[in-house]
Write a protein that binds this ligand. Structure first.
Ligand code: MEV
Length: 399
């Protein structure tokens, strides 16, 4: 059904279901390859994003994540699904200038040469410029450090459909001698910033009170949100729940999960205190309004997205039109995932749902094989006793 919906070719279906990544392909992706490490790929359902129905591929090792995302998305349907927006795909390259006697003067010297800096950087990537991307700004700050003041130059680059690390790193490295010439300082670091605060995606959804269990559930989720907005200990787990969804889609599309994680967590701490990436409020009708904003440094060209056959097929399942499209999907999935977790936490707790889905893993750990796995898992779920000891007992009874 997924293949039919996305119009996948026979080869793409094979890639997802059977062939996957070959050892030969893997050997060209990274170094010292000795094998493949496989992770389950599932499809989250019920996503309505900006009026478009989507099936969302998710690569994750964690049971109940895909079910929860699908459930969260389903509960958003009555309110019209997810409504998204985004900024332009602008990434920052950082250039560290040290040993400057007059850092404030150097800062202004850099800013006064912005146009020249821009054109020199753009010369490094005419292809990006031809697609409407390239440098959109130059910033310079003096950063006080324990080794004295440093001038930090930011090159703001519209990366279009690329994640952008290669583009901005190339530009930053090429500019270093020119920046040294302007400032009289010495350049050390020339690298992307993963705090992609100029490349944001946002999603909003209305969860109707009647759909999600009534006014008490709405109030419970608003209280959970309030805590995560103020308490870093709760915010870390709240955001981990968001990233369960975001990272799984990032992985499925062959994007850099660490870049996405670094961006999300540093953005969550941008005000000087770590807080939640999402907020839940009660509207005038008594319904729950969820919103999320997070950096989305992802691409649809280059990298593993184009090389890994399963990632390529996942991109086709999503029907991606651009990296911007993917960013908005990530925000929506993060919100759905987060909502589902909060709903469970604000009501019966997550363990019942999670453990019943985890029961199959427990059965396997206890040594169950073939049909035994489902039978042991179902029995444990019915008894609400899901642990390896019980699985072993049931197995030996069965056998
Ligand atoms: C578990 O992987 C994620 C949760 O802990 C998220 C949360 O607490 O919001 C359930």
């Amino acid at each position: 059904m997924v293949a039919e919906n996305a119009g996948l070719s026979e080869a793409e279906v094979e890639a997802i279901g059977r062939v996957g990544l070959s050892l030969d392909q893997a050997d060209k992706m990274v170094e010292n390859v000795v094998g493949l490490f496989q992770v389950p790929l599932g499809i989250a359902t019920n996503f309505l994003i900006d009026g478009r129905e989507l099936l969302v591929p998710m690569a994750t090792e964690e049971p109940s994540v895909i079910a929860a995302a699908s459930n969260g998305a389903k509960m958003a349907l009555a309110g019209g699904g997810f409504v998204t927006s985004s900024t332009k795909p602008v990434m920052r390259a950082l250039i560290q200038v040290t040993g400057v006697d007059d850092p404030w003067g150097a800062r202004l010297a850099i800013l006064s040469r912005s146009e020249e800096i821009t054109s020199r950087a753009n010369e490094k990537d005419p292809m990006l410029v031809s697609y409407g991307g390239g440098v959109v700004g130059v910033e310079a700050e003096v950063v006080e450090t324990r080794k004295g003041p440093m001038v930090v130059v930011h090159l703001l680059v519209d990366c279009r459909d690329a994640m952008g690390a290669n583009a901005v790193n190339t530009m930053a490295e090429a500019l270093a001698p020119f920046i040294e010439e302007i400032t009289g300082g010495r350049v050390y670091l020339r690298i992307i910033s993963n705090l992609a605060d100029l490349r944001l995606a946002r999603a909003r959804a209305v969860f109707r009170a009647g759909e999600i269990g009534g006014p008490e559930v709405v109030d419970g989720i608003v209280l959970a949100s309030a805590l995560a907005e103020s308490d870093p200990y709760r915010a870390a787990t709240h955001n981990k729940g968001i990233m369960n969804g975001v990272t799984a889609v990032t992985m499925a599309t062959g994007n850099d999960t660490r870049a996405i994680e670094a961006g999300a967590h540093s953005y969550a701490a941008r005000g000087g205190r770590y807080r939640s990436l999402s907020v839940y409020e009660k509207n005038r009708d008594g319904d729950l309004v969820g919103s999320i904003e997070l950096p989305v440094a992802v691409g649809t060209v280059g990298g593993a997205t184009r090389v890994h056959p399963v990632a390529r097929a996942a991109v086709r399942v999503l029907g991606l039109r651009s990296a911007d499209d993917l960013g908005r999907i990530l925000a929506s999935v993060g919100l759905a995932q987060n909502f589902a977790a909060l709903r469970a936490l604000a009501t019966e707790g997550i363990q019942r749902g999670h453990m019943s889905l985890h029961a199959r893993n427990v059965a396997v750990q206890a040594g169950a094989k073939g049909d035994e796995i489902e039978a042991v898992a179902a029995k444990m779920a019915a008894e609400k006793r899901i642990n390896v000891d019980r699985a072993r007992e049931l197995l030996s009874e069965m056998r």
